[in-house]
Design a binder for this molecule. Structure first.
Ligand SMILES: C[S@@+](CC[C@H](N)C(=O)[O-])C[C@H]1O[C@@H](n2cnc3c(N)ncnc32)[C@H](O)[C@@H]1O
Length: 453
């Protein structure tokens, strides 16, 4: 993260939220990284942490909706920072019922005075108090249904149109609404060290509440605290991971003793999951394009007590130049993708992503799958996964891949809980954020046919 993105903390939650929002906007810093970095750097306490997170995320999530509400009340132009101050104040007034509206206005006026001058403070006061008196405009006035949905859920119109084209109005609406709901905190139990009950007991002994998920068996839903700050985490009993992100390694499900390639591996969330499934027996080569990211994998394997992982900086597209042909029993290609399934965690994505970005990604994904096929053993298994919900990117890649590779066949996804297994079709599984409250994820599995096929 750049130095410019360091946020000052003087105990004022709204002011810090404003600084974070301005930095995200200016430096295209990732919301999740900047927020957690700020909380960690200043050791912000639980109550302030919760409010800071809620205001920062909420304001970003609803940016377009808030602008629609603010527009009739703003005359002329306002400074960039003032607009963000108005957005975050209106977010509290409109969405956070436990904050008295007048308190939100007073705080905004104080910040405007401190950061600007009395004139700006009076304008902020006037705008917010007019909104309190008159209320905000209804979105029912927007005739075009795509534009209305875009404003109501605060997503750009091209994205709304794309989701509607992909999945129809009903599913798209559910997904767009779910993108504004904060994610559940989940962890994966390191089954090479403890069982699920022991991990729960360990977290609860540290004051957190942990509940076994009814989807992935190694997943816990955690509340009342930060699992990343626990002894259980330091001692490698758990890994912070979204529940959907636990699907790909389960689908690949390598046996202990196998030789496995994780082609796009950093920071190692799935590499370590694969190692746990293999009971730390066999070997995993974890490669990534970016050498500096390999340290993150080493750090994770060390913490978890995993010693079957070797890392190497390799551009997956060129893997056959470095690795023996047909030498891996199982390969995971957790591909770089548009990330449209994780917008709840990184709301900035929805405003920065452009439609043309999606086209280039498919080319990279196909090149990675093509290379993986060459180093996969006959009868070996290949799993392709993304954290996106874009049909063209996911299904389009699978179809193009199968057309180009008659030696590969789509196979049923195994080792999944029934409710996930039932959702698959033609060797593909698309999970939406609204399905189970986990991230949007896509997984497909293939087998390399034997010589006689
Ligand atoms: C979705 S992330 C992987 C997340 C990882 N599998 C995990 O579970 O922690 C995609 C990764 O692909 C890497 N990447 C991008 N292009 C690549 C390429 N051509 N070859 C290998 N890795 C690549 C990125 O650096 C990034 O770390």
């Amino acid at each position: 993260m750049s130095k410019k993105s360091v946020v000052i903390w003087d105990g004022n939650v709204r002011d810090a939220a404003l600084s974070i929002l301005l930095a995200i906007d200016k430096n295209q810093a990732y919301s999740n990284l900047l927020l957690s970095e700020t909380i960690k750097r200043h050791k912000i306490e639980a109550k302030d942490r919760a409010l800071l997170t809620e205001i920062t995320y909420g304001t970003l999530q609803y940016k377009m909706t808030l602008d629609y509400y603010l527009e009739p009340f703003i005359r002329g132009s306002v400074d960039h920072w003032v607009r963000w101050l108005l957005r975050l104040s209106l977010y509290q007034i409109h969405y956070l019922t436990r904050i008295p509206p007048h308190a939100a206005v007073n705080e905004a006026v104080e910040i405007a005075k401190r950061r600007g001058h009395q004139g700006i403070a009076s304008m902020v006061n006037g705008i917010l108090r007019s909104i309190l008196r008159q209320g905000v405009a209804s979105t029912d006035e927007i005739e075009d249904p795509i534009e209305r949905l875009a404003i109501e859920t605060s997503h750009p119109e091209w994205l709304v149109q794309r989701f509607v084209d992909n999945y129809g109005m009903e599913v798209a609406t559910e997904m767009l609404q779910e993108n504004n709901v904060p994610p559940v905190q989940t962890v994966r139990v390191n089954t090479t060290k403890v069982n699920v009950e022991e991990a729960i007991a360990s977290l609860e002994a540290e004051g957190l509440t942990a509940k076994k998920s009814d989807m992935m068996p190694e997943c816990l839903h955690v509340t009342n605290g930060q699992p990343a700050r626990t002894k259980a985490f330091q001692e490698g009993l758990i890994t912070i991971q979204d529940e959907s992100s636990m699907i790909p390694a389960n689908v690949l499900h390598p046996n202990p003793g196998m030789r496995v390639l994780d082609m796009c591996a950093a920071p190692g969330g799935k590499t370590t999951h694969l190692a746990e499934i293999m009971n730390n027996e066999g070997s995993i080569l974890a490669t990534d394009l970016h050498p500096h990211k390999l340290d993150l994998i080493d750090h994770n394997t060390d913490r978890l007590g995993i010693n079957i992982v070797e890392t190497a900086p390799i551009d997956g597209r060129k893997a056959p130049d470095f690795l023996q042909p047909e030498s891996f029993d199982a390969i995971l290609v957790d591909a770089p993708c548009s990330g449209l399934g994780v917008m709840r965690r990184k709301p900035d994505i929805k405003y920065t992503k452009r439609e043309e970005d999606l086209e280039n990604l498919q080319k990279i994904q196909l090149a990675l799958l093509d290379a993986a096929t060459k180093v996969l053993k006959i009868e070996g298994k290949l799993v392709y996964s993304t954290c996106t919900v874009d049909k063209k990117e996911n299904e389009g890649t699978v179809n193009a891949f199968l057309t180009a590779h008659p030696e590969m066949e789509a196979i049923q996804l195994e080792s999944l809980p029934t409710k996930l297994a039932e959702k698959q079709a033609n060797g593909m599984l698309q999970v939406f954020p609204q399905d189970f409250g986990s991230d949007g994820f896509f997984v497909a599995a293939f087998r390399k046919k034997g010589g006689s096929n």
